[in-house]
Design a binder for this molecule. Sequence first.
Ligand code: ATP
Ligand code: MG
Length: 289
Amino acid sequence: MAEKTRIFAVVNQKGGVGKTTTSITVAYELARLCRQDPQPGAPSEHVLIVDFDSQGNCAHALGVAPNGKNLANVLLGNGSVRDNLINVDRRDDGLPRPNLWLLPSDQQLAAVKTRLIMREAVQSAMSMMELDQSQEQVPIVEVMRAEIGPIAGRFAYVLIDCPPSHDAFMNAVYNLVQAAIVPVKVDYLSTVGAAQNIENIRKAQMSGINVRIHTVVPTFYVQRQVQDNMMLEALQNAYGIRTVAEPIPRSQPVAEASASGGMTLQEYAPDSPATQAYRKLAERLYYEQ
Ligand SMILES: Nc1ncnc2c1ncn2[C@@H]1O[C@H](COP(=O)(O)OP(=O)(O)OP(=O)(O)O)[C@@H](O)[C@H]1O
Ligand SMILES: [Mg+2]
């Protein structure tokens, strides 16, 4: 793996907090920065999104058809990562994205995960009982590293859009990445049913993340809501002001972009407040050392 490739998991076990939106929007912006302001020594100018969620939202959000390509093929040994990549450039539709790539997923990923987890459990039971002398166990972590590791060297950034759950595969993801970007919904009103107070909401959203947290991204922020500001403050107190990014406002264009049939937020609303906040987040990742 090229030394300078930076691999992040975009993770939160809570659903609907903005993981996919953050993955796509930040990846798009990083790809633009790589083209416009290439950094000396960067492995290449390319950015890869890995859809690690069997909901398969990334291809839809980018308006591209996977045509049989998916991460499940790779994990089953039916083709390399390279065979399953999609260049999401849509310049014919007026949406140029020359250096942005996607390793897509679909429902097959759920079945493949179950199969690999079962296989690993059976193999470890057999080796404990000394029934398996073959030494041919391939733990999930190794499958992931062996398949995704080498190709990552072609990319300056790899963002892994994770599912709203914490199965055994998440440990494989944590072994692959350098750190996590964690979108956290600060929208108190929509989460009040799940927890009684701000601190419980924060803990519930952040639980089970077994990797260094690079950036916490407050999402769905409404500045005039007292509760949203309390949640923001709770995040800053818990993770430090430097780890918590500028909040992403709750914004109609974000919702509309994802319903637009495949335009990114920057393409749909280049100057909305949410677009600007995501731009700052990407710049913060791009220019830090
Ligand atoms: N800042 C925002 N303002 C308004 N709507 C938003 C914002 N961020 C995300 N959304 C919308 O909320 C919905 C959920 O967002 P998204 O799919 O990014 O969340 P997720 O964490 O990936 O969900 P899942 O856990 O199901 O994978 C989408 O319809 C998206 O358009
Ligand atoms: Mg998602």
